[in-house]
Design a protein. Structure first.
Ligand SMILES: Cc1cc2nc3c(=O)[nH]c(=O)nc-3n(C[C@H](O)[C@H](O)[C@H](O)COP(=O)(O)OP(=O)(O)OC[C@H]3O[C@@H](n4cnc5c(N)ncnc54)[C@H](O)[C@@H]3O)c2cc1C
Length: 403
């Protein structure tokens, strides 16, 4: 799909995952002529391999990331309103056993805080599931079970959500090019000269065409490829050291429940979700340090076993079989802390402290893509100035993509 016709843009975005799609939508909505380049397909990277939750992230309360949780909950409310075909609310069941890491009062406090951070939304209340209803919980293990809470969060189809945001950007006037592989960029006096390659398949013949364009502002939303992209830019803009942390999900052929389960791995106490996924079950996720080319991310045998062990300990009678799997890569700042203790806040790194012409988008959540894009547009505005004809992305509906 390619419909670019100009050779100069205000903004060029590299990467058609949720972050790049969000930035393209927000930049075009802010009045900047925008082109987005994606080398494989929309959401081909991490954005089709997430847990598909639109949430504040109950577990981030533990690491004190209150502003991240609050932002996620605000974005959840917006997405439930603006994208009803793509995002739906669901019950999440959280069982507490005698051996669980957290006591009932801690979960109660966490859920209360989660509800308060959501602005005490009516639809976000939580409750205790009476013991008389435990036998209706899809075969959940009840031995040593002490209490079950349930609370509201939301689910989506991450790839469709990304495609819907791209579609919204296009409807505002953004140009798209996919497949378009960004090759390199060179700093000019007032922006960047960008080279990329389009590939086409016509009647069995494969052809590639080199394109060269200029932009006043370059956005690197390359996800796990972000620092590979940095290394092709001349001079290389500032960057941060990152770790890529793989998260695997398994797809099981029988749906366990229409509702979601938030479980604690008996092996290491990490959170693992059991989620309805169309007529199947999605089970995940893991955190495994990944080294190598992001293209090569793939579930390991150890990850499969870890997830199946969690499933077997909570749903011992479940008979479904693994029918699919996927591995996505989180971009986390390098550090000594354990992966799950590292901040999930997005980091925006510019090529220079003032009047930047480049920004790299490091990390962040699927849920917070719109809020992140708003922050990126503020950075762009600081150099390019603001337009009077901007549209607030909070008001834009997202429609189920047609293809
Ligand atoms: C296992 C896992 C579970 C998660 N679960 C959740 C969740 O439930 N809820 C939530 O809110 N968040 C979740 N996240 C976080 C969320 O999925 C990611 O933050 C988000 O998808 C990252 O999007 P991105 O656009 O930055 O990266 P990506 O989706 O990886 O997009 C980068 C894109 O850049 C393209 N690209 C790379 N190089 C080039 C090039 N040279 N030229 C052109 N294009 C290029 C790639 O093809 C790719 O499409 C999860 C993350 C992981 C890993």
């Amino acid at each position: 799909m390619s419909n670019e016709s100009e050779s100069t843009y205000d903004v060029v975005v590299i990467g058609g995952g949720i972050q790049g799609a969000g930035v393209a939508q927000a930049a075009q909505a802010a009045g900047y002529s925008t082109l987005i380049l994606e080398k494989t397909d929309w959401a081909a990277g991490t954005s089709s391999k997430s847990s598909k939750l639109i949430h504040g992230g109950l577990r981030y309360l533990q690491s004190g990331e209150l502003s991240l949780v609050q932002e996620g909950l605000q974005e959840r409310a917006l997405l439930l309103k603006n994208a009803p075909e793509l995002v739906h609310s669901n019950w999440f069941y959280l069982p507490i056993y005698t051996h669980s890491q957290h006591h009932s009062w801690q979960i109660y406090s966490g859920l209360t805080l989660y509800w308060m951070l959501s602005g005490c939304q009516d639809g976000a209340k939580f409750e205790v599931v009476p013991k008389t209803q435990w036998n209706e919980l899809a075969g959940l293990e009840t031995k040593n079970l002490q209490k079950v809470y349930r609370y509201h969060d939301a689910q989506t189809d991450d790839a469709k959500l990304t495609a819907a945001v791209v579609q919204s950007a296009v409807s505002l006037g953004a140009k798209i090019s996919c497949p378009a592989n960004f090759i390199n960029a060179e700093k000019t006096e007032d922006g960047y000269r960008v080279c990329y390659e389009n590939s086409q398949e016509t009647e069995g013949n494969h052809s590639t065409a080199h394109q060269s364009i200029s932009c006043r502002f370059l956005v690197n939303a390359g996800g796990p490829w972000i620092n590979q992209i940095v290394s092709t830019i001349s001079p290389p803009p500032r960057s941060i050291d990152i770790d890529l942390v793989q998260g695997t999900h398994l797809i099981l052929d029988k749906k366990i429940s229409d509702q979601c389960f938030y479980l604690e791995s008996p092996a290491d106490g990490r959170a693992v979700f059991v989620l309805p996924w169309y007529d199947k079950t999605l089970l995940g996720t893991t955190e495994t340090l990944f080294e190598g080319n992001p293209e090569d991310a793939a579930p390991t045998e150890q990850e499969r076993q870890y997830l199946l062990d969690v499933l077997a300990s909570y749903f011992p009678d479940y008979t479904g079989k693994v029918c699919g799997e996927m591995a996505g890569l989180r971009v986390l700042p390098s550090g000594r802390q354990k992966h799950y203790q590292r901040s999930r806040e997005v980091r925006l790194i510019t090529d220079q402290p003032s009047q930047p012409h480049y920004v790299g988008v490091y990390g962040g959540k699927l849920t917070g893509y719109r809020a992140t894009a708003e922050k990126v547009v503020k950075v762009i505005e600081s150099t390019l100035g603001s337009s009077e004809n901007w549209i607030d992305t909070k008001t834009l509906p997202l429609i189920l993509p047609t293809a």
